[in-house]
Write a protein that binds this ligand. Structure first.
Ligand code: APR
Length: 188
């Protein structure tokens, strides 16, 4: 299962490179320092060019470091998206340090920003499941439930939320999580 209709919003799973996605906003799995890194963060800064880093520096100077679970928006520079929403997921420490709540916060804060900007299409990577080590099956469950809950509580101008998953293993994990979510949908 790769698509789930949630009220007016379609939740979609796809495999690919998020830097090539022409959504209103793509979400970056950043770190609190906001100055780039490896993984999807590195790919976004490389493909988007220096305008993104420049805005990140301005945000850092005015707000300080971005705490895990929060999000900020910048230009998308040369990317086909209009905005990049930078959020910070939790570093996996075994699952007893509030990681699920922080991960849910990263998705919620990103959607709140998208809502404030009246965006209709948003694309997420699999936050925290690369360098930050969050087990992908557990992260997929948190990600999809959080987005589904958010959309059911606050109907959005958002019409499409896409998870752009880089590898097949991650896509499979999200596909299983979506099937479980669809089965339990009435319990949301
Ligand atoms: N498009 C989509 N997904 C991607 C891309 C891409 N171009 N490149 C990598 N990914 C995937 C990874 O395969 C993984 O499934 O994004 C997921 C998240 O991995 P990371 O980018 O490592 O993010 P995270 O685990 O949240 O770690 C964040 O990594 O690079 C640093 O600055 C970043 O310190 C921060 C940390």
């Amino acid at each position: 299962m790769k698509e789930l209709q949630l009220g007016p919003t379609m939740l979609v799973l796809t495999q690919g490179d998020i830097t090539r996605v022409a959504a209103d906003a793509i979400v970056n799995a950043a770190n609190s320092g906001l100055l780039g890194g490896g993984g999807v963060d590195g790919a976004i800064h490389r493909a988007g060019g220096p305008a993104i880093l420049q805005e990140c520096r301005t945000i850092l100077a005015s707000q300080g470091r971005l705490p895990p679970g929060r999000a900020v928006a910048t230009t998308a520079g040369r990317l086909p998206a209009r905005f990049v929403i930078h959020t910070v997921g939790p570093i996996w420490q075994g699952g007893t340090r509030g990681e699920p709540d922080v991960l849910a916060g990263a998705y919620r804060s990103s959607l709140e920003l998208a809502r404030g900007l009246a965006l209709t299409t948003v694309a997420f990577p699999s936050i925290s499941t690369g360098a930050y080590g969050y087990p992908v099956d557990q992260a997929a469950r948190v990600a999809l439930r959080t987005v589904a809950r958010f959309l059911s509580e606050r109907p959005l101008p958002v019409q499409r939320v896409t998870f752009v998953l880089h590898d097949e293993h991650t896509l499979d994990a999200y596909t299983r999580a979506m099937e479980n979510l669809a089965a339990a949908h009435e319990d949301l």
